[in-house]
Design a protein around this ligand. Structure first.
Ligand SMILES: *[C@@H]1O[C@H](CO)[C@@H](O)[C@H](O)[C@H]1NC(C)=O
Ligand SMILES: *[C@@H]1O[C@H](CO)[C@@H](O)[C@H](O)[C@H]1NC(C)=O
Ligand SMILES: *[C@@H]1O[C@H](CO)[C@@H](O)[C@H](O)[C@H]1NC(C)=O
Ligand SMILES: *[C@@H]1O[C@H](CO)[C@@H](O)[C@H](O)[C@H]1NC(C)=O
Ligand SMILES: *[C@@H]1O[C@H](CO)[C@@H](O)[C@H](O)[C@H]1NC(C)=O
Ligand SMILES: *[C@@H]1O[C@H](CO)[C@@H](O)[C@H](O)[C@H]1NC(C)=O
Ligand SMILES: *[C@@H]1O[C@H](CO)[C@@H](O)[C@H](O)[C@H]1NC(C)=O
Ligand SMILES: *[C@@H]1O[C@H](CO)[C@@H](O)[C@H](O)[C@H]1NC(C)=O
Ligand SMILES: *[C@@H]1O[C@H](CO)[C@@H](O)[C@H](O)[C@H]1NC(C)=O
Ligand SMILES: [Cu+2]
Length: 355
C-alpha cells in the first residue's frame, strides 16, 4: 500500500482496521465492493446488464414523479427531489442512497457483487484519462459525447476548462440511452440522449492522488467534508466536483447537480467517495466512526458561499428524508444509522482502503 504523507500513520491504522474490523452482530458477512478494473470481463458485463435491467424495469414512483419511466428513474427522481434538502449532509445521504441502489441491482436484477467503485487516481493524467477502463466501449460505460462548443451557452453557470464533448455519448453500452428527467429540479417527462462532456485536464487535477492525500489528512469530519466537497469556483473545486464536472463538463448530465444519477457512472464515483470517507473513518474509528458535524441546511456555514443562511448543526439523531424508491423501505433514516458501513442499516466493506 502506498504511504500517505510522511508520517505513515494512516496505512498502519488502515491495516489494523482490515485485520480487526468493527464487527457488528448483525453484519457478519458484508458485501465486498471492488474497484471497476479488478472485476473480470464477465463481471463487468454482468454489472452493465444489471444496470440495463433496472433501466428496463417498471418503476414504483411514477405516481409521485410524472417523468419516471423505469426502476432506474426511481433513483434519479429521488435524487432530484432531495437535492435541495440533503446537500450538505451529503456523504451521509449518498452512503445510504448508493447502498439502496446496490440492493436493487442485487435483489431485482441478479447482480451478485457489491457496488463497484471508480478509483480515479489511477486515471488522473490528462493523456490517459480518456483511456480509463470505465470509459471502455464494450466492458465499460462508453466514452465522451461528440463535441459541442458551449463557450457562449448562457445556461452554463460555471465553464469547465478543456472540455472535449457535450453531445450524446457515442459509443459503448449506453449509446443512445434515453434519460427522462431533469434538467435541474424538473421531474417532468423530458426524453433526450445521455450526454458527456469530459475535461481530462480538469479531471486529472481534481481527482489525483495529491487531492486525495490532502483530503484524507483532515483532522475532523467537518474539515474532511469541506475538503471533499470543495467550493463553487473552478479553482476551489475538489474531488467531488472533479468527478461530476470532469466527466460532465459544461453540459454532460452527470454535472447536473440534481439529475446527475442519470449517468450510471455517478454510482461508481459516489462509491469511491464513500470509500474515501470509510478510509478516513478507519484511521481512528473510536473518534471518527460516529463523528458528525455540519449544517442541516444547504449553503449554510461552513458552505455559506452565497452569504449567511440560518441553520442548525446536525447530530446522529438527525433524520434524512431518503424518498420512496424502495418498496416498503423507510422514508426517513437517521444519520447515526449510516455512519458504520457494518452496522445500522448497512452491511458492506471495501476491498481496499486509501490510495
Ligand atoms: C470472473 O469472476 C467470477 C467470480 O465473480 C468467476 O466465477 C469467473 O470464473 C471469472 N471469469 C473469468 C473469465 O475469469
Ligand atoms: C471501440 O473502440 C475501439 C477503439 O477505438 C474501436 O476499434 C471499436 O470499433 C469500438 N467498438 C465499438 C463496439 O464501438
Ligand atoms: C462566442 O462568442 C464570441 C464573442 O462574441 C464569438 O467570437 C464566438 O464566435 C462565439 N462562439 C460561438 C460557438 O458561437
Ligand atoms: C439549471 O440551473 C442553473 C443554475 O441555477 C441555470 O444556470 C441553468 O440555466 C438551469 N438549466 C436549465 C436547462 O434550466
Ligand atoms: C444512435 O442514434 C443515432 C441517431 O438516431 C443512430 O444513427 C445510431 O445508429 C444509433 N446508434 C446505436 C448504437 O443505436
Ligand atoms: C425548482 O427550481 C426553481 C428555480 O430555482 C424554483 O423556483 C422551483 O420552486 C423549484 N421546484 C421545485 C419542485 O423544487
Ligand atoms: C495533481 O494535480 C495538481 C494540480 O494540477 C498538481 O499540482 C499535482 O502535482 C498533481 N499530483 C500528481 C500526483 O500528479
Ligand atoms: C456549528 O458547529 C460549529 C463547529 O463545528 C460552530 O462553530 C458553530 O457555531 C455551530 N453553529 C450553530 C448554529 O450551533
Ligand atoms: C420530496 O422531498 C421532500 C423533502 O425531503 C419530501 O418531504 C417529499 O415527501 C418528497 N417527495 C417525494 C414524492 O418523494
Ligand atoms: Cu455527487
Amino acid at each position: 500500500m502506498k504511504l500517505l504523507g510522511s508520517q505513515g500513520l494512516l496505512p498502519v491504522a488502515v491495516e489494523l482496521l482490515a485485520l480487526a474490523p468493527l464487527v457488528s452482530s448483525t453484519c457478519s458477512n458484508p458485501i465486498v465492493r471492488k474497484e471497476w478494473r479488478t472485476l473480470n470481463m464477465t463481471e463487468r458485463k454482468s454489472y452493465i446488464s444489471a444496470v440495463k435491467c433496472l433501466q428496463a424495469k417498471q418503476p414504483i414512483t411514477r405516481n409521485l414523479f410524472e417523468g419516471v419511466r423505469s426502476r432506474y428513474d426511481d433513483f434519479v427522481a429521488a435524487h432530484i427531489n432531495e437535492t435541495d434538502y440533503v446537500h450538505f449532509v451529503m456523504f451521509r445521504w449518498h452512503r445510504y442512497y448508493v447502498s439502496q441502489y446496490e440492493t436493487a441491482l442485487r435483489d431485482e436484477c441478479g447482480w451478485e457483487g457489491g457496488q463497484p467503485y471508480w478509483d480515479w487516481t489511477l486515471d488522473a493524467e490528462p493523456e490517459i484519462f480518456l483511456n480509463s477502463p470505465v470509459f471502455d466501449n464494450v466492458t465499460g460505460f462508453g466514452g465522451n459525447g461528440y463535441y459541442i462548443d458551449t463557450a457562449n451557452d448562457t445556461s452554463v453557470d460555471i465553464h469547465v476548462p478543456g472540455k472535449l464533448g457535450g453531445g450524446c455519448v457515442k459509443d459503448g453500452p449506453f449509446t443512445n440511452y434515453t434519460v427522462h428527467l431533469g434538467p435541474n429540479n424538473s421531474t417532468a417527462y423530458n426524453p433526450r440522449c445521455m450526454t458527456r462532456d469530459i475535461a481530462p485536464g480538469f479531471a486529472s487535477a481534481k481527482l489525483n492522488s495529491t487531492m486525495v492525500e490532502w483530503t484524507l489528512s483532515a483532522e475532523n469530519y467537518l474539515d474532511f467534508d469541506i475538503r471533499a466537497e470543495g467550493d463553487v469556483s473552478v479553482a476551489g473545486m475538489t474531488y467531488h466536483a472533479g468527478g461530476h464536472k470532469g466527466v460532465g463538463g459544461d453540459v454532460g448530465i452527470i454535472a447536473d447537480l440534481y439529475a446527475s444519477p442519470s449517468d450510471p457512472l455517478f454510482f461508481l464515483h459516489h462509491a469511491n467517495m464513500d470509500r474515501l470517507w470509510w478510509t478516513w473513518q478507519g484511521v481512528d474509528p473510536s473518534t471518527r466512526l460516529y463523528q458528525v458535524q455540519g449544517p442541516d441546511t444547504k449553503f449554510a456555514y461552513p458552505f455559506d458561499f452565497y452569504g449567511e443562511v440560518p441553520y442548525k448543526n446536525v447530530t446522529l439523531a438527525f433524520e434524512m428524508h431518503v424518498g420512496f424508491y424502495v418498496p416498503g423501505g423507510p422514508e426517513w433514516v437517521r444519520i447515526g444509522e449510516v455512519m458504520d458501513t457494518r452496522g445500522g442499516k448497512l452491511c458492506y466493506v471495501y476491498d481496499k482502503a486509501g490510495l
